[in-house]
Design a protein. Structure first.
Length: 282
């Protein structure tokens, strides 16, 4: 969890548009164990620790269905405190027969993939100790391999899932973008992240403070894809946290020098992904 606090820059929250708020709540509360932090007629902020919103769900009056092959959310990823919790989550999904998209060993982490009722991608993962990550220069070694599921499930030691634990945090976000070069300019030269892993000319993984990635960027929906329509199901915006006001102001100035406009601390990347730029309260 040290990579998600000062002096690092990290992702803390996602705001999603959904078609049916009550249907989504049945999943986020009933399946994952989130609690309601705040509610309006059209939106709900969800928490696990009772004070910080990790996910906000919104059903606009003129909501549109999820549009295929657009920029936007590939998945957001919640980070569990330990491997036992991941084992409990996986066993829970097996027990309730919830459809999964995959379980992978990424060398730096082990992860479970699924989608919420609207098709918004969700990753639930646990990091391996950072001391065990292999670095070649400034590049971290990652892969997608099979998980030893029997070994992993044994970690639960018979304990049942009662909801995601209160010390679960937002670990990272992975986005579909329209152009990797333009995205790199925005996120590296503008916001100050560094590339730590790359998949040919298809995907970049970027971070601060030596994490394996706070943000993933890919063109797997196609190069030059359009941004989704306003109020279509998917990502409305996500939140980046800077260590202090000086760091945030510097990032905003860098973005403006690159020709990007920042209004009310909200920036829009070259692919139309909206980002709220905040400052750590710790």
């Amino acid at each position: 969890m040290k990579f998600h606090q000062k002096p690092n820059t990290f992702v803390s929250h996602v705001h999603l548009i959904v078609e049916q708020l009550e249907r989504s709540l049945s999943f986020y509360q009933g399946v994952l164990g989130f609690q309601i932090l705040d509610r309006t007629e059209s939106s709900v902020s969800l928490t696990l620790n009772g004070k910080d919103a990790l996910v906000t769900l919104e059903q606009p009056a003129d909501v549109l269905p999820k549009e295929p092959r657009r920029s936007g959310l590939y998945h957001y990823a919640v980070l569990l405190p330990d491997r036992k919790e991941l084992a409990k989550v996986i066993q829970h999904f097996i027990d309730i027969k919830y459809p999964l998209q995959g379980i992978s060993d990424h060398l730096v982490s082990e992860a479970l993939y699924l989608a919420d009722p609207d098709g918004n991608g969700v990753e639930i993962y646990v990091d391996r100790p950072s001391e065990s990550w292999e670095w070649i220069g400034e590049q971290v070694s990652m892969a997608t391999e099979h998980v030893d599921l029997r070994s992993l499930l044994s970690e639960a030691n018979g304990e049942k899932f009662t909801g995601l634990p209160s010390d679960t945090i937002m670990g990272h976000i992975h986005l579909h973008v329209s152009d990797l070069v333009k995205a790199a300019e925005f996120y590296l030269n503008g916001l100050g992240f560094k590339v730590v892993y790359q998949i040919s000319n298809q995907a970049l993984f970027i971070s601060s403070g030596g994490y394996h990635h706070h943000i993933g960027l890919n063109i797997w929906n196609g190069k030059g894809v359009q941004a989704p329509s306003r109020n279509s199901v998917g990502l409305k915006y996500y939140t980046i946290v800077f260590a202090d006001e000086i760091t945030r102001v510097s990032a905003i100035k860098n973005l403006e020098l690159l020709g990007y406009h920042v209004h009310d601390y909200t920036a829009v990347d070259p692919s139309g992904n909206h980002i709220l730029l905040t400052v750590s309260m710790d």
